[in-house]
Each structure stands twice: as C-alpha cells, then as structure tokens.
Design a protein around this ligand. Sequence first.
Ligand code: ZN
Ligand code: ZN
Length: 472
Amino acid sequence: MSGYIRNRQRIWIMRILTGILATVFFYNVFYDAGEVSAIEYSEIYTYEDLLMMADNPDGNYILMQDIDMNGREWKPIDFSGSFDGNGYALLNVTVTGLSDSTMQTYDGNMKVYDTYLAGFFGVLSNASVSNLNLINYHAQVTAEQPCFVGSIAGYSENSTITGCNINAYIRLDAHDRMFGVGGIVGYGNGRIEGTDATVQLICNDTDSANRDEQFLGGAYGAGYFDLDNCHIDIDGYVSEHGYVHNGGVAGLYILYPSGTVYEGYLTNTRVTGKISFYEDNTDRRAYCKDFIGEVMNWTYQVAGNSSDFVRDESYDYSVVLLPHTCAEPVYTKEIIAADCENYGYELYHCQICGYEYRDNYIAREHIVEEWRIVKEASVDDYGVEEGECTLCGKSVRRITEKLEEPETTETITQSETESTELITEASTTQPENETTNEAVSETKNVEWIAVAALCIVVFVIIIAVLIKGKRR
Ligand SMILES: [Zn+2]
Ligand SMILES: [Zn+2]
C-alpha cells in the first residue's frame, strides 16, 4: 500500500471516529434535556409532608390530595422550587407570624426599607406555583416594622403563579413607615396567570401620629407583576393616617431598584368588587382605582381588561373600617356539606345586621368502593391507595396509616409477600410512582457507564491508529 492510500485510510478512520463521538455526545446532551423536562416530583399527602419542604426548598413538589390545615398554625416557608397543586386544595391555612428575615422594598420615592413578610410561602425566588387551590387562607398579622402580607407569598422575586384559585382573608394592623397587603402576593415581581382570587383584605394603620406609606391590591400590594387571564374579586378596607395606594389589581406599579427597565403586561384580567378606605392626610393623594392605584412606570402592555369596581371613600377618621361593624354580633351557624366537586364550609349569619361569612372549609369528598394499593404502608411510612369515585369517576388517592410493629416473624414474611405483589401491580397502572422513578435513575446510571466505556474504547483506537501511522 502506498503512503498516500494509508494517509487517506487514516483520515477516513478519523472521520468515522469523530462521527461516532459526536453522535454519542449529542445523544447524551439531548437525552439529558429530555430528562430535565420530565421533572421528578415529591408527592405531598399530609401536613407533615408540607413541613418537609423547608428542608429542601429547591425541590419539585406535587399535591396529591386536599389537605385540611384547620387548627394548625402555619410558618411561611421561603421557596425556590416548583409546587404543583395538581388541582387539589390547602384548606384553612392560618398565618399570624412574620418571616424571620427581611427583603428590601421600595416606596414611590425609591426609599428602601427592610421589610418583613408573611404568606403561605414567605419569599418566592425563581419559583413556580401552579394549579393550587388555596381555600379559606386566613392571615391576621400585627406588625411593628415595615411588612407585607399576601396569600400565596409575602414576597416574590421573578416567580410564576399559574392556574391557582385563591379564597383569602388577610388583615394587617401596622404603623411603621411602609406596609401593605396583596390578595395573592404582598410585594415583588413575576407573573400571575390564569388565576382567580376572591379576597377580603383589611389594612389598618394603628398609629395616627406618623404619615406612612400604605399599599393594598387584589393581586399584589406593590411591585411589578405581569398579569394575564386573571379574575380578582376584592372586598377591601383601608384605614390610613398617611398615604394610601389601593387598586383592584395593585396599589402601586413600580419598577425597582432604580434603573430597572422592564416591559410587562396587564391583559385579559377582570376586576370586580369594592375598596372602602379613608386617607387621613392634608397632603392628599388618595390613590384608589379599579386596576392599579398609582402607576409609576408606563412600560407595560394593557389590553383586554374589564372591571366592575366601586371606590368607596369615607371621611370619619376615628373608626377602623371593617367588613362587619356590629359591636355585639349574634351569629347562627349552618354547616354546608362537601361533595365531589365542592368544598363544604360553616356559614355564619349575623342575626342583627345580616352580615355573612364562611369559615372552616371542608375538603371535597369522593365515594370510592374499591381501593388499590399504590404504596404499601410500612412501620416507618404511611401507605397510599387509589380508586375511582363512583359518583364523578375521578381517580383519587388516600393515605393509609403506618403499620404497627409486627409481633412474630411469620406475619412479617406473609405481609412482605403480599406487599411485593401489590406494588408490582400498582406500578403497571401508575407509572409515576416511586418504584418506577428509582428504576429510571438506575437505567440512567447504567447508560452513563456504557457511554464512558465506549469513549475510552474510541480513544484507545484513535491512539492506536495514530501510533501505527507514525511507525510506518
Ligand atoms: Zn352584624
Ligand atoms: Zn367524586
């Protein structure tokens, strides 16, 4: 063979090897990309599962059933992962405390405050919350420092809230420089889409001596959120001895910090309801509008919105404006039962003035005759069962209690055999359960070892070919 032919051979071998390497490389890059989009979620069934999120706030979580939080105080969690409510509800979440740490908030004069926060989540950063029903969320906060209170979150940084359904009561009593209430988020920026919020918001300035900055909005108190396809129904009450900023969507639209350029949007959103307020201040602004109270920056697109909104200003500065004003109310209580589609609740009716409110919501109840085991209960962990509702046909899950410590070895062997069978059965019908996830990651490991081995073989061939070529 002439040197020319040998050279050509070597070039072709090199081309083929490069091709193989490139294929392996790109296959892995795209295979990985595919893996990332199929996110693995930690399933949440109980109040205790929710608490565990604080240990891994970057994680991905999915709610697997309605959870009634009645009678339990909730401490806001700072969160930067994703939370998929999966169409289920957190009922009767109660918040009374503020966050331990602060975030910086800006007022209309770009003055900065270290501000405390409260919400189901304290601070959301680069997080997403979706398909969550937050039903009868109840926050009652008294603050001595600047603070903002919301329902989904106290503060949001570049986070997304989509497809949520919120029914909230939030009351803030405060007096220090800058404070406010948002029906969905207290303060911040991000996106809110396809979300319905029915909110009763009360913001009361407890100190008539200082002229502070007060903010209240059906979606958010202040900041710069994009909204699309939302419905906000607000019932707001503001008693302020300073400057009010109130709106059906937001109290103040402000790009912050200084120099921020952002082209946001407020589209296809409907506002209904009323804000009752007073501004006890000689230097009056009295911002109160159907969408945004005070607009600092006109950089967003506004289209397709509608409102049916009442601005209800009053001038008696000696009272605190509240939804119910009977000094000594007398209530009757009626319990409305839950069914497949609707939450139940207690309906309170004031016999003196006719005022009504709902409280202590009850989780939806399906009727399932046959339960299949998805995850066998163990001594350390609860089990999961699944079945179809005989009324609505919806597939629902329930948890089963942890097992008691077994007494004899015989019973252990028997129950272990049983559980193995049932889990195998369940994994064929339920591809996203834990067993399958483990299997997927194992396959992935094996694949990586194979790729690494292939790369080594390819490199050895290249070197061998090069050495051979040199010798000749
Ligand atoms: Zn009454
Ligand atoms: Zn049902």
